[in-house]
Design a binder for this molecule. Structure first.
Ligand code: UDP
Length: 316
């Protein structure tokens, strides 16, 4: 079995490369390294079944040889990243999805789209089931990500319905774990970094907004099951344990044993007030549910960040 993974040098992409290699697949990792990093895949390069090609998948994708699966994970995914690269974000969601679908068609391969809970926008229903159509501001700053992923879902369903392509769509909720960038800008990397270096912990707004954090290995286990399933409609994968951002900041501060204060910064525009996956469908059709507790996942991520930080201080 041979898979192409776009965005394979990113946080989720690199874990996915690793998982498929473990399962005996041959893996071709495609990434233009805009937000991904070669350090995420350096340990995979010696593997006989792993190959990396630096490619921008918003342009025509050329892959020699057969493929059994195409998994489209390329996209900036942290709010500061997609604000920094708004056009690339729209392009990789639109053109990158079209090109990767075309690649799957040409190779007669299965296809999996990494979509997002951002499709639900600032939801007025909680928890969010797949049947909820969402509440998205298409022209706000987050619109570049939300709308590109909504378009990507529509394009994927069109390839399934019109061309009969074997497609799958995962709606990924907040995920965390090793290989998130220290400067990624999302809540957990910011809080961990700040607590570790003794800077004030920045909570945006009053911190009463909620998120539900899923540990990366749980997410990947669900995604692999979805890839092997006969399900074509979007499927939520995430951890339904909901927590306020203020509580989350306090958990991280306690874990690190930091004494730095929590400071409040303005809430970014269109920041969702609540987010929690309804995973009834994934439980039913995939027999999947998350296993790693927030305590355990945070501990593992903390150890990774501590080591990364030590390496980067040594390098200076
Ligand atoms: N957030 C925060 N401080 C930070 C970074 C993020 O309070 O330093 C908040 C952000 O406003 C949002 C939540 O944490 O309400 C999760 O943000 P993140 O960027 O991780 O991802 P999102 O779920 O918004 O896509």
């Amino acid at each position: 079995m041979r898979a192409a993974i776009t965005g394979g040098a990113g946080f989720l992409g690199s874990h996915l490369c690793e998982l498929l290699l473990e399962k005996g697949w041959e893996v071709l990792c495609l990434d233009n390294l805009v937000t991904g990093s070669d350090s995420n895949i350096a340990h995979l390069l010696p593997h006989a079944k792993f190959r990396f090609a630096r490619q921008d998948v918003s342009r025509y994708i050329e892959v020699p040889g057969p493929l059994d699966a195409v998994l489209h994970f390329a996209s900036p995914a942290s709010p500061p990243d997609y604000l920094k690269y708004p056009i690339q974000t729209l392009k990789v969601g639109a053109l990158g999805t079209h090109n990767s679908l075309g690649l799957a068609m040409a190779k007669n391969a299965r296809y999996l789209l990494a979509s997002t809970s951002e499709c639900y926008g600032d939801p007025q229903v909680s928890p969010q089931p797949e049947s909820y159509w969402g509440h998205v501001n298409p022209v706000g700053p987050r619109g570049v990500y939300d709308e590109s992923k909504r378009y990507a879902e529509a394009m994927t369903m069109a390839y399934h319905r019109y061309h009969g392509l074997d497609t799958h769509i995962v709606r990924i909720f907040n995920t965390y774990g090793p290989r998130m960038r220290l400067n990624d800008g999302r809540a957990l990397p910011n809080f961990l970094y700040q607590a570790l270096v003794g800077e004030p912990i920045t909570v945006y707004g009053d911190g009463k907004q909620t998120r539900s954090f899923c540990y990366v290995s749980d997410l990947l286990a669900g995604i692999y099951k979805l890839l092997e399933s006969n399900e074509h409609e979007p499927t939520n994968i995430g951890n339904p344990q909901e927590i306020t951002i203020l509580e989350f900041a306090e958990r991280v501060r306690k874990l690190v044993g930091a004494t730095t204060p929590i400071v409040f910064h303005p809430l970014p525009q269109d920041d969702p007030k609540q987010r929690c996956p309804d995973i009834t469908k994934a439980k039913r059709i995939l027999n999947w549910e998350p296993k790693v507790s927030l305590e355990e996942g945070l501990q593992r991520t903390y150890e990774y960040f501590r080591e990364k930080l030590a390496q980067s201080t040594q390098a200076k």
